[in-house]
Design a protein around this ligand. Structure first.
Ligand code: NAP
Length: 302
């Protein structure tokens, strides 16, 4: 069997077009656009490149976009004051603080200072609680898990009654996606198992999975013989395993591999996400969706 490829790059374009349309309509009917502020502290090249991509996407969609680039030695008080300023700015619907933050700043304190109704990353404890309760309580599902669920739905994979096995229990991927898939809701209603480093006999759990979601950060962790024939395999892992020269730019770029042995797995799975080009492009897309949702909540049209 050769698995159907679930391409994040294609699904991203579909969703961004939908958001663009909705932004135009809301602007016409309500005279407002989603507002996103990105707060970047310091000059880490990785953080700059993530923030640049977020800004570019927000601009493309017609959002109001504010960049707050702050020096590496900013104090915690000054950063808290900046968050307070945007918590009280009615034209801003999403506040994004790019992580990691420098050592002098307590990351938890900063994230908890964001108004939960503007926490489009979905990391605030209030939003984690809302996600756990499910249904109408949910405001902002965290972006990577939201992207994973969207890919599964748009690939037409049946989730109701499906055995979902999640490898990894982090707060940003494993735990929230496990929670989302077990909710009594469309695109969920699954029976969920979560695997971690203390799990005995990982293989036996993975072999049961109709939907296998792998977010461990270990290249090639999931072996092809662990995959149930016809299963949907979502590989969240992004692992740098070397460098190569880009044919497009002639510059050095990282060679990325997922947590699944893709070449062998695609001969067994029914559908599978590639790395790169799978889950990766979905995260920023869902951040934009959450920012639009925040405006819709404010307008009472969500
Ligand atoms: P993390 O915080 O390091 O968590 C990894 C989880 O995997 C932990 O729960 C760990 O178990 C489990 N694990 C690690 N090795 C394992 C093994 N050999 N057997 C079983 N379980 C194992 O990682 P994360 O932030 O969730 O990210 C996971 C991967 O997804 C990374 O490659 C990351 O780069 C990628 N990622 C991609 C995106 C994106 O594409 N947009 C977004 C986020 C993350 P313990 O809890 O027992 O330690």
């Amino acid at each position: 069997m050769t698995a159907k490829l679930i391409k994040g790059t294609e699904i991203r374009e579909e969703i961004l077009s939908e958001i663009e349309e909705e932004v135009k309509k809301i602007k016409e009917e309500h005279g407002q656009v989603p507002g996103l502020v990105t707060i970047l502290v310091g000059e880490s090249p990785a953080s700059i490149s993530y923030v640049t991509l977020k800004i570019k996407t927000a601009n493309r969609l017609g959002f109001k976009e504010i960049q707050e680039n702050q020096p590496e030695d900013i104090s915690e008080e000054a950063l808290l004051a900046l968050i307070d300023k945007y918590n009280n700015d009615d034209s801003i619907h999403g506040i994004l603080v790019q992580l990691p933050l420098p050592k002098q700043i307590d990351e938890k304190k900063i994230l908890n200072a964001i108004d939960p109704d503007k926490d489009v990353d979905g990391f605030h404890p209030v939003n984690v609680g809302r996600l756990m309760i499910g249904g109408a309580e949910v405001r902002f599902p965290p972006c990577t898990p939201a992207g994973i669920q969207e890919m599964i739905i748009r690939a037409g994979v049946e989730t109701s009654g499906a055995e979902v096995v999640v490898v990894g229990r982090s707060n940003i991927v494993g735990k929230p996606i496990a929670n989302m898939m077990l909710q009594k809701a469309d695109g969920a209603n699954s029976t969920v198992t979560v695997i971690h480093t203390r799990t005995k006999d990982m293989a036996s759990h993975c072999k049961r999975a109709d939907i296998l979601i792998v977010a461990a950060g270990v290249p090639g962790l999931v072996k092809p013989e662990w995959i149930k024939p016809g299963a949907c395999v979502i590989d969240v892992g992004v692992n740098r395993v070397g460098e190569k020269i880009s044919e497009k730019t002639g510059k050095k770029i990282a060679i990325l591999k997922g947590d699944v042995d893709f070449d062998a797995a695609k001969e067994i799975a029914g559908s599978i996400t590639p790395v790169p080009g799978g889950v990766g492009p979905m995260t920023i897309t869902m951040l934009m969706k959450n920012t639009l949702k925040s405006l819709k909540f404010r307008l009472g049209i969500a």
